[in-house]
Design a protein around this ligand. Structure first.
Ligand SMILES: *Cc1c(COP(=O)(O)O)cnc(C)c1O
Length: 370
């Protein structure tokens, strides 16, 4: 079965093998050497000067960023399940909250953020997804972040890049915290979250907040190549291997291949009549609005050995989402769009003529060469 959900993603064999060794004690020079290597690689991935790894799913890192980087009032963007979650975290900790709410296909606008900041001069943090996975939407994060810093450089810009870090290069000039998760673009098993931090963020964190998710404790320890509490050693060994694989490919080629696969998948789907859901699609996944989404997913699973994701909440049964994150062999992506075309024939929507594969190949090899 090909796992083509936008998280979790399949773990490459070399990474599984690296994680198959006997358990290493986390307070040993052997493990600290691996930790150091993983940490340095992670900072290169983020393009930031500080980072922490946390034994938690991605949501833990979202929570840590909110609690450690805001003391007063947080502006959040809700254009899907994960943006909504930032708001719930803010409320759970009793911070003041302003939310910009959008339909799940619509990116946040610089104008709306500007207006919210003008009306609420006491906002001290801003939270947004780079890629909102609920609808496969790309927010113009870099543009919004630049605008916020121009208005008030003290406002902390928290970007959830769980389906964006490792998908495309992200300009972190105006971002203070950039979040990644193990089970999405980094092709690791679930259970670890990572945060890239700006110098301003480290300063703002000061003594930190809370206990387990106190980022000051983690920064202090991780600078010494260890963690405040027991490290998820197996996942860190896997992360180190995964980043080594990506560095062997080279970041330029890695991002170029992902983009080429994403554009080819999009073009192939549109060619056979699929309606892409988001107004600005992220490179991490293709989200297609389709009333037959459940039937299509079921045909893919039973006849073609492909597992793709559906929609959530009001889009349950009306959306299917195809992953594009990670080191995916291109023939697998080509097989997936081909399978969608077959599903359309099974549902009497369109006779099969191989158009999806043809368009996929044309677009992929044109972009991959550039
Ligand atoms: C998956 C995901 C998360 C985190 O989810 P966890 O289940 O806590 O790992 C957060 N944001 C986005 C955009 C995601 O795709």
């Amino acid at each position: 079965m090909l796992l083509f959900t936008p998280g979790p993603t399949p773990v490459p064999e070399a990474v599984r093998m690296a994680m198959a060794g006997p358990t290493v004690h986390h307070r040993t020079p052997e493990f600290e050497a691996i930790f150091k290597e993983a940490r340095e690689r992670l900072m290169r991935l983020f393009g930031m000067d500080e980072c922490v790894m946390l034994a938690s799913s991605g949501t833990g890192a979202m929570e840590a960023c909110v609690t450690n980087l805001s003391a007063k009032k947080v502006l959040t963007v809700n254009a899907g399940k994960f943006g909504e979650r930032f708001g719930k975290i803010v409320q759970a900790f009793g911070l003041e909250h302003v939310e910009l709410k959008y339909s799940w296909d619509t990116p946040a606008s610089v104008e709306d953020v500007k207006n919210a900041l003008a009306e609420n001069p006491d906002i001290d943090a801003f939270c947004i997804q780079v890629s909102e996975s609920a609808g496969g939407l790309r927010h113009p994060v870099e543009e919004i972040a630049a605008c916020i810093k121009e208005i008030n450089p003290e406002i902390m810009v928290i970007a959830d890049g769980i389906t964006a870090v490792g998908v495309e290069p992200i300009d972190t000039t105006n971002i203070d915290a950039l979040i990644a998760g193990s089970q999405k673009a980094l092709m690791l098993p679930p259970g670890m979250a990572m945060i890239g931090l700006s110098d301003t963020a480290v300063e703002k964190i000061g003594d930190g907040d809370g206990y387990y998710f106190n980022l000051a404790s983690e920064i202090k320890k991780q600078r010494q190549n260890t963690t405040a509490y027991t490290a998820p050693t197996t996942l860190i060994i896997g992360l180190n291997k995964m980043l080594e694989l990506i560095e062997t490919v080279g970041y330029d080629k890695f991002y170029r291949d992902t983009k080429a696969r994403a554009l080819a998948t999009r073009a192939a789907l549109e060619a056979i009549g699929c309606k892409l859901y988001p107004k600005i699609p992220a490179l991490s996944m293709s989200a297609v609005y389709d009333e037959d989404a459940n039937a299509i997913r079921s045909i893919l699973k039973t006849e073609f050995g492909v597992n793709i994701a559906g929609g959530q909440d009001h889009l349950k049964g009306k959306l299917f989402r195809i992953n594009q994150m990670g080191l995916i062999p291109v023939y697998e992506s080509a097989w997936v769009v081909n399978a969608i075309e077959w599903a359309y024939e099974r549902l009497d929507r369109r006779p099969y003529d191989g158009l999806a594969s043809k368009v996929f190949n044309e677009v992929y090899f044109k972009n991959e060469k550039q």
